[in-house]
Each structure stands twice: as C-alpha cells, then as structure tokens.
Design a binder for this molecule. Sequence first.
Ligand SMILES: Nc1ncnc2c1ncn2[C@@H]1O[C@H](COP(=O)(O)OP(=O)(O)OP(=O)(O)O)[C@@H](O)[C@H]1O
Ligand SMILES: [Mg+2]
Length: 319
Amino acid sequence: MILTVTLNAAIDKSLSVPSFRLGRRHRTVEQRSTAGGKGVNVARLLASLGQPVIATGFVGGATGTRIVEQLTAESILNGFVHIAEESRTNISVLDPTTGEQTEINERGPEVNEAEVELFIEKLAYLASGAAICVLAGSLPRGVDPSFYATLIAELKRLNVVTIVDSEGEAMKLAVRAEPTVISPNMAEAEELVGHEFNDREEQVGALAELRGLGSKEAIITLPDGCVASVLVDGKATEHRVWIEPREAVASVGAGDAFLAGYVAARYGGSSPEECLRYAVACGAESTQRLGAGLIDPKGVDELLSEVEVERIEAPARAL
Ligand SMILES: Nc1ncnc2c1ncn2[C@@H]1O[C@H](COP(=O)(O)OP(=O)(O)OP(=O)(O)O)[C@@H](O)[C@H]1O
Ligand SMILES: [Mg+2]
C-alpha cells in the first residue's frame, strides 16, 4: 500500500470567465470543483496508474466533508483526521479569451495540538500497512515547521520509504530528518542548498549537496526531465533524464504527476533508472490535460520510448 499525506487539503474551484476584469461582475461559462492539495493530487494520479493508495491528512468543516465525499466518489481510499476549522477552498479564474489565470488561495484552517496528536496516531496506524509514504505540500497554520521531520522519524521506525515534496522551512527540516527521497523542482533545490545553478554541471553537483543535507536519494525536476542521485546496488549514482518538451495545455501539477509516476514504478519494483523514466513520462503526459491530478496511463506508456536516460559518470579526480 502507498500512503499520501496532505496536511492542507482543499477544494480546488476552477472558474472559466471570459473577459475577466477587476472590479466588474462576471458570470462563469464553466466551473469545476475537485478535491486537491498536493498529496491528494498524487493519490488521484496513483489511483489512475492502478496503484493501491490511501490518502490521509487533515480536513475540516463542510469543505472537509466535501473533500472526503469527492475522494470516496472517485474510489480513492482515504482516512483523514477531522479538525474543528474549515478546510481551504482555492479559486482559480481562467479567462479563455486571453488564457490568463488568476488564483486566490484561502489562508486555510489552524490545526490545534490535540488534532496534531490524533494525526500522528492515525499515521502510525495506516503506515503499519504501507511500504511508501508521500509527504507533499505546505503545512497548515498551527503546525510546527518540523512536523514533516517528526513524521519522517516515525515512518522510518516503521520501515516505510519516505518521499518528500515541499518547500521553505518545512522542507529544510524534513531533509535533515533523512527521508529516503526528495523531489524539489529547480527553484526549491536552489533554496535548499542556498545558491543558484548556472548550468547542468551545477545542477548535478547540487545532488551531492542535497544528499549531504540528509536525504538518501535526491531528484531535481527540470522543465525537460530531471537530474537524480539514486542508489543503484546501494551506491549513489547520478542520472540525467530528459524528454523533448511539448506544448503544455497546463503545466501546473506536472511535478505531482512526476512524483506519482516515480512512486508507482518504485512500488512496482522497477529499477531506479526505469522509475525515473516513468516519472518523466508521467510529468510530460500530465501537461496535456487541464486540471491537477489527471493522467492517461496509455499516453504515459506511449511516451516511455521518448524518454532518454543517461548515467553520469563521476568526473575523474585530478591527481
Ligand atoms: N512542457 C513540458 N513538456 C514535457 N514535460 C514537462 C513539461 N513541463 C513539465 N514537464 C515534466 O514535468 C516534471 C515536473 O516539472 P516541474 O519541475 O515543472 O515541476 P513543479 O515545478 O514541481 O510543478 P508543480 O509544483 O506545479 O507540480 C518534469 O520532470 C518534466 O519532465
Ligand atoms: Mg512541485
């Protein structure tokens, strides 16, 4: 079983509003609401890829009830902790005449100490039947920035593989707790190591720095694939993986699809190189659909042969 943790789950509401102008009254021509938050999107993608997954995290109020109902309607198993405050609704307004997208995210609920304790218990219970746990997205208010680190320590004790995709202080502290894999995008990786990358060589060099911070394996996603340092026969091995970039219908959420693809392949026992290939194909396929957490597994299979995987040999050390 795979677990996904979404501490800041939401209802994502997408409105299509032609000729959107500030200060005016509008009518939508199309609207859609889905359960969201990074971990929830990853859970949906994993389910689409045929993987056994349970989504957990915090939900609250009527919006929280809707999140759970939607997941259940999509046959995505879930076990959330219900909290007193209301879950977020995030609104995105797409103007089809210009293609411009405006997003308004609610501040979200504050989680109290008793709810945090309940969640730690719930996670321990669910994790006892899990092989991999994905921790993705931001932390809600009231939760200490070291919370992912706390969860990683607990999950490691239960021998669960931990994969983290977050940013800022929560990510920094999570990495120090020595998770199995982290998958930041380039900007997030630059923030973690504290400097910018000017070329491919520096991106690859940053992988060792990320591992030095604590993560056993590190993947940096790039617009055309990724660079990764993964364990092959127990030895850290660097790879570059790429695909010809395609014109995106929507590139938001490509990182979630990459992550879901990686986890699906890893759970299925694929080799480290094949996991990266599958991840890049999933990221690319997801850019062809509007809406986070959507993917066509057949489209992914068709893309696999277009993904190039290269092992980067360590540069010969000067004598
Ligand atoms: N236009 C594109 N064509 C092909 N593949 C793409 C394209 N855009 C993104 N991808 C794939 O998606 C993966 C993740 O992309 P990216 O680094 O942009 O993630 P991200 O910034 O975390 O995105 P998000 O947080 O919105 O999910 C990359 O590894 C890449 O292979
Ligand atoms: Mg991302």
